[in-house]
Design a protein around this ligand. Structure first.
Ligand code: GLU
Length: 448
């Protein structure tokens, strides 16, 4: 049996029932065949694949908190510290009822390769809780965050592990988490978290970074293919911070955003989501209602309940910005029939492996999330640099660095593909490039 198949089987055996984690392990390891063929003995002797699929540690803890009525609750907290070969663990915290260990592990595993692609010294980690922030008061969120940090603080630090936001964790939550950390540690170590408010060490452009970076990366793809964003139509899903940043940058570069989505369905705005309508996304998010229909009611456009735009709306580019596994095989088939040419994945692992294989076999250009959405964590890395140097860069300085990083990711991918004599397969290229740096560092550091 091949080295890759052996490790996939072993991982399956050791992690029963972890569907999301196994999905990403299969996807990533499945594309490393050329790297293994070129260097099998060294990789095997150093147990590189075996070590890559086993997190350094997986921390699970109890998070008790009291709601506004005085009723007590207990949630489960997680931090998976996957790999720190190239830098301190780095990755977001997700607060969402469907958070499980498998979800945390898939995200932390992906994060290791994504962070490697940024070219910045950051390892991979992820954490969160099955806490549902929807409908909670500020005071409840604060009590939850304080309780969460009462355990998390002992596992993190500016040179150890640096959490940030993810779904359900934004500026408000990061503020409370930082307050709790500062209180417990009795020290002002603001490099311990990223995505902070601007008044206490946050970076300009961090809120926009994931959406801007995703658009910059896609622009590189189009340039490579001799095309441009100008005049192209886009279907986005989600209406949070990531979709907001993407809509801003796409419209600025002359593209048109036709759809947004929420748990309730999707809106189709044939005139394009632009100007004030993009600002309104922030209002909808801040309302805590978590419904996108409000947009259709306000601007009088079409709302389709209970569906995603995939296959239902024709556009040049699909850009999922919501959830894992939101594009399944039936969506992939509908996309191909609708003549969609590009899938620019923004949310982490939005496409099932089956759907991904179908899209690629049918000529859709797929830009993988670990490259596309790396701008978010890259600007987190820039926030860490600013914190450790005790300075703050201007908006332009951060944005220029972000553009440069996204361009660099595209170059690394095309370099990896040409090194292995492969065509323009961005999915494989991103895995091969992300893998190489981490594997080199692990080999250099010996068995640990
Ligand atoms: N949660 C984001 C991601 O998936 C950002 C992580 C960070 O900034 O550390 O990459």
């Amino acid at each position: 049996m091949s080295y890759i198949s052996e490790v996939i089987e072993m991982t399956e055996r050791k992690n029963p029932g972890e569907a999301e984690f196994m999905q990403t392990v299969r996807e990533v390891l499945g594309s490393l065949a050329p790297a293994v063929a070129a260097n099998e003995k060294v990789l095997r002797d150093n147990c590189i694949l075996e070590r890559m699929v086993e997190p350094d540690r997986q921390i699970i803890f109890r998070v008790p908190w009291t709601d506004d009525k005085g009723v007590n609750h207990v949630n489960r907290g997680f931090r998976v510290q996957f790999n720190n070969a190239i830098g301190p663990y780095k990755g977001g915290l997700r607060f969402q009822p469907n958070v499980t260990l498998s979800v945390m592990k898939f995200l932390a595993f992906e994060q290791t390769f994504k962070n490697s692609l940024t070219g910045l010294p950051m390892g991979g980690g992820k954490g969160g809780s099955d806490f549902d922030p929807a409908g909670k008061s500020d005071a409840e969120v604060m009590r939850f965050c304080y309780s969460f940090m009462t355990e998390l603080y002992r596992h993190i630090g500016p040179d150890v592990d640096v959490p940030a936001g993810d779904m359900g964790v934004g500026a408000r939550e990061i503020g409370y988490l930082f307050g709790a950390y500062k209180k417990i540690r009795g020290a002002y170590e603001n490099g311990v978290l990223t995505g902070k408010g601007l008044s206490f060490g946050g970076s300009l452009i961090r809120p926009e970074a994931t959406g801007f970076g995703a658009t910059y990366f896609f622009n590189e793809v189009l340039e490579h293919l001799g095309e441009s964003i100008k005049g192209k139509t886009f279907c986005l899903s989600g209406f949070g911070n990531v979709a907001w940043g993407a809509a801003l940058k796409i419209t600025e570069l002359g593209g048109k955003v036709l759809t947004l989505s929420g748990p309730d369905g999707y809106i189709y705005d044939k005139d394009g989501v632009s100007g004030d309508k993009i600002d309104y996304m922030l209002t909808m998010r801040a309302s805590g209602r978590n419904v996108v229909k409000d947009y259709a009611d306000k601007y009088g456009c079409e709302f389709v309940a209970g569906k995603k735009p995939w296959g239902n709306v024709k556009a040049d580019v699909y850009m999922p910005c919501a959830m894992q596994n939101e594009i399944r095989i039936e969506d992939a088939k509908a996309m191909v029939s609708a003549g969609v040419k590009y899938l620019n994945e923004v949310s982490n692992m939005p496409t099932t492996n089956e759907a991904l294989a179908y899209l690629q076999a049918n000529g859709v250009i797929v830009a993988p999330s670990k490259a596309v959405n790396a701008g978010g964590v890259a600007v987190s890395g820039l926030e860490m640099s600013q914190n450790s140097e005790r300075l703050a860069w201007t908006e332009k300085e951060v944005d220029d660095k972000l553009k440069h990083i996204m361009k660099g990711i595209h170059t690394q991918i095309t370099d990896a593909l040409s090194a292995y004599g492969m065509g323009y397969d961005l999915v494989a290229g991103a895995n091969l490039a992300g893998f190489k740096k981490v594997a080199d560092a692990m080999i250099a550091q010996g068995l640990n």
